[in-house]
Design a protein around this ligand. Structure first.
Ligand SMILES: Cc1ncc(COP(=O)(O)O)c(C=O)c1O
Length: 409
């Protein structure tokens, strides 16, 4: 076989090395990531990866055409099957797998429904909110005024009375719920009632907790009053990277759906949609057990880390109700003389890959097969590597190798 050109050989080596390292040799504790099931992964490299379909009725040279592309009979059926399964999973009237990511799902919901000059209430990044809703990002691009919705309870939780008072005072066009540091469900019924009373919409960005919601854990946004639910498909939801949007409101979906094409994006990446559809079907079977185990693992890891002297926020509330824990950075520095970033770098060297901003996630280790009884052992490794500066990489690798396949897939 002729030798590969140098950069192609290097690229191949890098991809293989990445797969070996992140895919098989570490415990991944990043709350923004997950492991994709083998069948969903196989769809990513199917022929769909290079195809288009654009089922939009247009006039072209005096002819009415129902798609700009031919050859789409299977693609269109895959989309219909995936959207119907997604609507079933979230018990929604309408759902679409088209948004290319969580951020694009937010744009997909907000751009058609919020004219320039709208006011939105969203949780600020310094209280765990998503940076995309901060003034310089989506609001700057689309001409919205953004005001902070307070999340000043333990672990950046939202208190009903404070939120409702703020909504009544600001009378926004929309309230955007959802956080990147997302430990506790919202008092959604009270927030939705106050929001609707001022004629505004509730958007629920479930990027972090979508897999939990799919499994019936955390909360049920559409039943509790959210108008539109959307989020990433690759954090607690264990699919390929992408976005999902679901709503019961036909009047809103009729504005959102046609605006996806050409306002937010054009082609929607059908290999990804097949992979996300596969994940949706898997969660219809195993979602409740998966989501329950993720939350139990988080709570057990919280207890075990705290017992070993690692300070976490919201201990009084049981640390978390989600797939995330949050280190108390100030207390960590005071007790151990190290911040979450430096701690994360020490962990990384010992094959424990986590967040550098203090979050610890349990979704991916749950997919591997870890259960609450494993959390004391995992926390021992985290403490020995992070605080004791011990070299535990070989121990981590030997343990990691005991999980060659994914559970819940
Ligand atoms: C709350 C929230 N919304 C949206 C996003 C963006 O998601 P994506 O990276 O899928 O575009 C994130 C990313 O971390 C997030 O935390």
């Amino acid at each position: 076989m002729p030798a590969l050109p140098a950069d192609e050989a290097r690229l191949l080596r890098l991809v293989r090395a990445h797969d070996r390292w992140r895919g098989r040799s570490v415990f991944n504790l990043l709350p923004s990531e997950n492991a994709v099931s083998p069948r969903a992964r196989s769809f990513l490299s199917s022929d769909l990866a290079g195809r288009y379909t654009l089922p939009v009725v247009t006039q072209f040279h005096g002819e009415t055409i129902d798609n700009s592309y031919a050859g789409t009979r299977y693609t269109d059926e895959i989309e219909a099957l995936g959207n119907a399964a997604c609507a079933r999973l979230f018990r929604a009237k309408h759902a679409t797998l088209r948004p290319l990511s969580g951020h694009i799902a937010a744009m997909s919901a907000m751009v058609p429904l919020l004219p320039k000059g709208s006011t939105i209430l969203a949780i600020a990044p310094d209280q765990g909110g998503y940076d995309g809703y901060a003034p310089g990002y989506l609001p700057a691009v689309f001409g919205w005024d953004v005001r902070p919705l307070p999340a000043d309870g333990p672990g950046f939780s939202v208190e009903a009375d404070t939120a409702v008072a703020e909504i009544r005072r600001e009378r926004p066009t929309a309230v955007v719920l959802g956080q990147s540091f997302f430990l506790f469900p919202y008092p959604l019924a009270a927030i939705a009632e106050a929001t609707h009373a001022v004629g505004a919409l509730v958007f629920y960005d479930a990027s972090h907790v979508l897999g939990l919601i799919a499994g019936g854990e955390f909360q049920d946004p559409l039943r509790e009053g959210a108008d539109v639910l959307y989020g990433s498909t690759h954090k607690s939801f264990p699919g390929p990277q992408g976005g999902i949007l679901a709503t019961d409101r036909t009047d809103l979906f009729e504005q959102i759906d046609p605006a996806l094409v050409w306002r937010v994006f054009d082609n929607a990446h059908w290999n990804r949609i097949a992979g996300v559809a596969q994940t949706v079907l898997e969660l219809e079977r195993v979602g409740p057990e998966y989501a329950r185990t993720v939350v139990k693992n988080s709570q057990a890891l919280g207890r075990a880390l705290s017992d070993r002297g690692i300070p976490l926020v919201a201990e009084s509330l049981g640390f978390t109700r989600s797939h995330q824990l949050l280190l108390d950075g100030e207390e960590l520095k005071r007790r151990h003389g190290i911040g979450p970033g430096a701690l994360g770098r020490r962990w990384e060297k010992q094959r424990l890959v986590g967040d550098l901003a203090g979050r610890v996630g349990t979704a991916e280790v749950t997919r591997l097969g870890l259960v609450p009884e494993d959390m004391p052992r995992l926390s021992d490794l985290l403490v020995r590597a992070g605080i004791g500066k011990e070299r535990v990489a070989a121990e981590v690798l030997a343990w990691r190798k005991q999980y060659p396949a994914l559970r819940f897939a």
